[in-house]
Design a protein around this ligand. Structure first.
Ligand SMILES: [Cu+2]
Length: 68
């Protein structure tokens, strides 16, 4: 297992409840240890073991946001 850090750009987050929704959804993805959301830049940083990038993107969409 290797700990990796991935960054995603997320559109549409406007407040702290958006941040919480994204953090909660992404935090449930297998292997994710920590989720950091920067509201100003719209950046979500995920750390964990063998985290599936596609699963993180799906979680962001499930939270109601778009990622590029
Ligand atoms: Cu919001």
């Amino acid at each position: 297992m290797s700990t990796t850090e991935q960054s995603y750009t997320v559109q549409g987050m406007t407040c702290h409840s958006c941040v919480t929704m994204v953090s909660d959804e992404v935090g449930e993805v297998a292997g994710v240890d920590s989720v950091e959301v920067d509201l100003d830049s719209g950046t979500v940083t995920v750390q964990g073991d063998d985290v599936d990038e596609a699963a993180v993107r799906r979680a962001i969409v499930e939270a109601g946001f778009e990622t590029s």
